[in-house]
Design a protein around this ligand. Structure first.
Ligand code: NCD
Ligand code: ZN
Length: 348
């Protein structure tokens, strides 16, 4: 297969930051995707519906400036120990699509995250009642747990007990990175509380060697961190399978070049500029390009109960060279795979 035309896709996990950098960032996503679900880990975090609505307006203005007036930003709230059930009701009434759980300290800008899930039990019960999904960054944070085991331990210690306490809670296990997460999501029993999972392009394409081979490579460092090859294989099997529980979420997470190439570099891979082509590369590597449409354009929309997009996008086997950097306000932004070539390009 040298060419594929699919329904216009959506990105169900995206970091866009805020302010002057927005037009530089949103254009990459809007070129390929009709909609993106925007993560709320700004400083300060997006904890109220009012903040989410004004952030959405700024994104839509930036998309307009960049020449993509039709792009739709779907918004999330950042769950804290203090989130009230009334704010969840407010979220439902105002079209907020999900609420994001960051265990405190798990990742970039997560200091205001949840210290103990018991603190937000009433808010979570309200989400279960109203059908608003909880989007989870699935890693425990105790220093005693090895970084590479944090997702698997989260399943047993946090996620499964949470789903048992709230059987109707709808959950998206974000940016899964392990075989254990694939198995958990594939086999989960649902009693109204469906579970889905997003998978990034970089976790489909790389294992943890990418961070270390030939020197330390900060642009491959993200959280949850890349894992062993057996986990990458499990993710690739899941993404290209017929299961409707797995869908596209890039977790594209831009950080200025000088903050990535640093003694204590930030976590996050910037993949938005070639997102669909990177997924095409991964799917084509196992001869499953025909499965890309359901993963990229159907499963997520169906999970969130939103209409599938109109229109199409065509990806063709034409090699392209990934630029060394992009501009992000007054800074430079280095994409994953900078300077390397990719087999696939989007037409038009
Ligand atoms: C994300 C970021 O930079 O906002 N970083 C990352 O490594 N993925 C946060 C996140 O999704 O964990
Ligand atoms: Zn993320």
């Amino acid at each position: 297969m040298n060419k594929i035309t699919i329904t216009r896709p959506d990105d169900w996990h995206l970091h866009l930051r805020d302010g002057d950098v927005l037009p530089d960032l949103v254009k990459h996503t809007a070129r390929q995707f009709s909609r993106a679900l925007i993560m709320p880990n700004l400083r300060p975090p997006v904890t109220t519906v009012a903040q989410a609505k004004s952030y959405q307006t700024r994104i839509h203005e930036a998309a307009q400036v960049a020449g993509y007036p039709q792009f739709q930003a779907l918004m999330t709230l950042y769950l804290t120990d203090k989130t009230l059930p009334s704010e969840i009701e407010n979220a439902k009434e105002n079209g907020i699509v999900g609420v994001k759980l960051y265990p405190a300290g798990a990742t970039t800008n997560s200091d205001a995250g949840v210290t103990n899930l018991q603190h937000c039990d009433l808010a979570i019960a309200k989400m279960a009642e109203l059908g608003i999904p909880l989007l989870v960054h699935g890693e425990v944070t105790h220093a005693s747990i090895d970084l590479f085991d944090r997702e698997a331990v989260f399943i047993d210690e946090v996620l499964d007990p949470l789903r048992k306490r709230h059987p109707r809670l709808r959950v998206v296990f974000e940016h899964i990175t392990t075989k254990q997460a694939v198995d958990y999501v594939s086999q989960a029993n649902t009693q109204g509380g469906e579970i889905g999972a997003t998978i990034t392009a970089h976790h489909l394409l790389y294992n943890r060697n990418a961070i270390f081979i030939g020197g330390i490579r900060p642009h491959y460092y993200c959280l949850p961190v890349l894992k062993r090859e057996e986990h990458r294989q499990a993710l690739l099997d899941a993404a290209t399978s017929d299961s409707k529980r797995f869908f596209l979420g890039t977790d594209s997470a831009p950080h200025a070049q000088h903050l990535k190439e640093h003694a204590c570099g930030c976590a996050g891979c910037f993949t938005a500029a070639q997102a669909l082509e990177l997924y095409a590369q991964a799917f084509a590597s196992v001869g499953k390009l025909q499965q890309l449409e359901s993963f990229a354009a159907f499963n997520g929309a169906d999970f969130y109960g939103l209409p599938r997009n109109e229109g199409t996008v065509t990806i063709e086997k034409i090699s392209q060279k990934i630029p060394l950097s992009y501009s992000m306000g007054s800074d430079l932004l280095v994409p994953l795979n900078a300077g390397e070539s990719l087999d696939w390009s989007i037409l038009g």
